[in-house]
Design a protein around this ligand. Structure first.
Ligand code: GLU
Length: 435
């Protein structure tokens, strides 16, 4: 079954025929994207079956004592999609809309992401269905520790290494690291990344997703002859990736013309000061209402005229319904899965460059890799070293993707997928099938 090799295609690629009705199930979308690359690479059917399904899925119940004394039983997942190139790697998401299919998709995207930037990991992801905004810190701690203990049999520094994702942070990782270490009886820093620096976290991990994205956008701007200085930037989502991107782009003298969070957005064509937005959000919980900017909706933000649009929130925000109305020149995906395959097709036809998630937001997992290496080796690299290493990896990955685009005349996501899937396929083939 695994005897076939990864063949070079004989004919130029065609965009695959995708179903007439728009698919919004993230796992189905991830499979559609994979099928396109597998078809292009003419992968053996058996190998395709292996790569389009997760290796391991764990669902756990998380009984959690709430502050009022009642016990709430929450549901969590950890999915390992593929471990052919190394241990599983990927964040943990706390969100009310988490589903198993979403976690499966996110795990699969992690496999392609670690392969795109060529770091020695497979892909995994976790999620807990909960509403962290309505939980106290003590409730979150109890839930996190119980979730960590429930997924403990399948995580570890050489098996699967969690990290932060939507609504989880360095504190969440410290609790997981502590829970794991207490249970196994000794300190294991390398079981998670994105930890606080005081307990083995890496310099630069906080800013890594946004900084990696900046490096990729800088390279894309060079190719498209867009000057970042003065370029207009709209950012959907003001969490870690979105807020840090706003700051980094402003430092490069780009103009942040719109920002948003779950409650809505704000715009000012003369530019918004990201530091003021951050301070305002810290006080009032949202950017909406900040002085010096007028109110817009998230939908308005996505379709406004700008040079660079950065979706930095959740999946499926650029779809069949708004792809025709997008006016950005470049879309840089800080979120995972913000663009549907239908929207991709429309944007490609309209000449809008989509810098895909599996390349563009890979700075986070790349600095996670640095953190893990530092933990294994007992090293501590400084911020300049981290940034230099990150830039090298992001620029190399960007140029690998551009080479693939040029060679095969395909849009960036398809090129990144071809590159990533061929690397994972090669590792799977050379290892062979057990037993
Ligand atoms: N959650 C981040 C992502 O989606 C980071 C994962 C990691 O550092 O392992 O890429």
């Amino acid at each position: 079954m695994l005897m076939a090799t990864v063949m070079k295609p004989a004919t130029p690629p065609v965009m695959p025929r995708i179903a007439p009705r728009e698919e919004l199930n993230p796992f189905r979308i991830a499979q559609i994207q994979f099928d396109m690359a597998a078809e292009f690479l003419k992968l053996d059917p058996g190998l395709r079956q292996i790569l389009r399904t997760p290796k391991r899925v764990l669902e756990v119940s998380i009984p959690t004592k709430m502050d009022n004394g009642q016990v709430k039983v929450l549901t969590g997942f950890r999915v390992q999609h593929n471990l052919a190139r190394g241990p599983g790697k990927g964040g943990i998401r706390f969100h009310p809309n988490v589903t198993l299919d979403e976690v499966k998709a996110l795990a699969m995207w992690m496999t392609w992401k670690t392969a795109t930037v060529n770091i020695p990991y497979g892909g995994a992801k976790g999620g807990v269905i909960c509403d962290p905004k309505r939980m106290s810190k003590t409730e979150l701690e109890r839930m996190t520790r119980r979730y960590a203990s429930e997924i403990l049999p399948i995580i570890g520094p050489s098996t699967d290494i969690p990290a932060p994702d939507v609504y989880t942070d360095a504190q969440t990782m410290a609790w997981i690291m502590d829970t794991y270490s207490m249970i196994v009886g000794h300190e294991v820093q390398g079981v998670v990344t994105g930890k606080p620096v005081s307990v083995g976290g890496s310099a630069g991990r906080d800013e890594a997703t946004a900084r990696g994205l900046l490096y990729v956008v800088e390279e894309a701007c060079k190719l498209k002859k867009i000057s970042l200085r003065g370029a207009s930037v709209a950012i959907q989502g003001f969490g870690n990736a979105g807020a840090t991107a706003a700051r980094l782009f402003a430092e490069k003298k780009a103009k942040i013309i719109a920002l948003s969070d779950t409650r809505g957005g704000v715009t000012n064509s003369r530019g918004i000061d990201p530091f003021k937005a951050l301070r305002y959000k810290e006080r009032s919980g949202t950017v909406v209402g900040m002085p010096g900017a007028s109110r817009i909706t998230n939908d308005d933000l996505l379709t406004m005229k700008c040079d660079i649009l950065i979706p930095a929130a959740l999946e499926n925000v650029i779809t069949l319904h708004n792809a025709d109305a997008i006016k950005a020149r470049i879309i840089a995906e800080a979120a995972n899965g913000p663009t549907t395959p239908h929207a991709d097709e429309i944007l490609a036809r309209r000449g809008i460059t989509v810098l895909p998630d599996i390349l563009t937001n890979a700075g986070g997992v790349t600095v996670s890799y640095f953190e893990w290496v530092q933990n294994q080796e007992g090293l501590g690299w400084d911020i300049d070293e981290i940034r230099a290493r990150l830039q090298k990896i992001m620029v190399r990955a960007f140029s690998d993707v551009v080479d693939t685009m040029r060679r095969h005349h395909v849009p960036p996501r398809h090129a990144a997928m071809i590159l990533a899937v061929s690397r994972v396929a090669e590792a799977t083939l050379v290892r062979g099938l057990f037993p």
